[in-house]
Write a protein that binds this ligand. Structure first.
Ligand SMILES: [Zn+2]
Length: 296
């Protein structure tokens, strides 16, 4: 596929050509001739290139289809967004979106990839994994680290100069590392991890009625969603091992986010109750329990 180069010169030439003739009197094909000529193309080739551009989609310089649209990072309600942005801005390494199925991990990573692409970094997805052996800061948007082979692959990219964005089926980076160790991966490999977000998707209280139910929220009492989340960021291998040894966990951070959103009235306690036990892999019963003193 050849790109049609839209230069100022071509546009000027087109404007000049059209000003010389009464374009409304031209037949469709004649008009196309004028346009193609302005861009320095034969009409049939020009039409072919146009079709190619609009239907072939995602190759080469065009953003992969998964990245074309969607929320921006700052619309997701991520607490410590700045830390996450810094983590994904690392030249290489691995960043994890951790959480239960349906917690919006893929959305977080797609928004992250779009952000990086907008800042000029090349983004690969599972439809077009990179073939070059060294990443030079390119980004790989990975799927789920569901088994050892997949995890090895993701860490392999992270080791060789790519910034890998991957989904973890577990709730925290420490649980993820624990399971990957169980697969037989060596501890030293976890040093490439640059950041992790642990997230739960929670419904936002309807701003019009405050859960009473109204037309705006289709009488559900909730409208839209946000994240209850915590971000950890690592500066290097020592940082990672220190964090894992300390075993502080993400719970205090997550509880803090929940507390703030409860205090703001963005979410309500019923929604938190609903989240209890939403995933077998995390102590949600501990975090998402109304009896813990978040309100303080
Ligand atoms: Zn409402």
């Amino acid at each position: 596929m050849t790109d049609i180069l839209v230069t100022k010169a071509a546009v000027r030439k087109l404007a000049a050509s059209l000003s010389k003739i009464d374009s409304s009197s031209l037949r469709h094909t004649d008009r196309l001739d004028v346009i193609a000529d302005a861009f320095g193309w034969r009409t049939d080739a020009f039409m072919h290139a146009l079709k190619g551009n609009s239907t072939a989609g995602g190759k080469a310089r065009v953003a992969p289809s998964t990245l074309l649209a969607g929320a921006t990072l700052d619309q997701l309600g991520i607490r410590l967004l700045d830390s996450w942005m810094r983590a994904i801005s690392s030249p290489s390494g691995l960043c994890l979106a951790c959480g239960a199925t349906g917690s919006g991990r893929t959305t977080t990573l797609a928004a992250s990839a779009r952000h990086l692409e907008a800042s000029g970094r090349r983004v690969y997805t599972q439809d077009n994994f990179p073939t070059a052996s060294h990443g030079d800061g390119d980004v790989v948007l990975f799927g789920d680290l569901r088994d050892r082979t997949t995890a090895e692959r993701a860490f392999g990219y992270a080791d060789s100069g790519y910034l890998v964005l991957a989904v973890s089926p577990l709730f925290t980076v420490e649980r993820t590392v624990e399971v990957l160790s169980g697969y037989g991966m060596d501890e030293t490999r976890f040093g490439v991890i640059r950041g992790a977000i642990s997230q739960h998707l929670v419904r936002l209280v309807c701003r019009s009625c405050g859960t009473a139910g109204c037309d705006v929220c289709s009488h559900r009492g909730y409208k839209g969603r946000t994240l209850a989340s915590h971000v950890v960021r690592f500066h290097g291998p020592d940082d990672v091992s220190e964090y894992l040894r300390a075993g502080d966990g993400v719970w205090h951070g997550l509880a803090g986010d929940v507390a703030r959103k409860l205090a703001d009235g963005q979410i309500d306690i019923k929604e938190i109750d609903r989240k209890e036990g939403c995933s077998g892999c995390c102590p949600t019963a501990t975090i998402f329990s109304p009896r813990i003193s978040w309100r303080a």
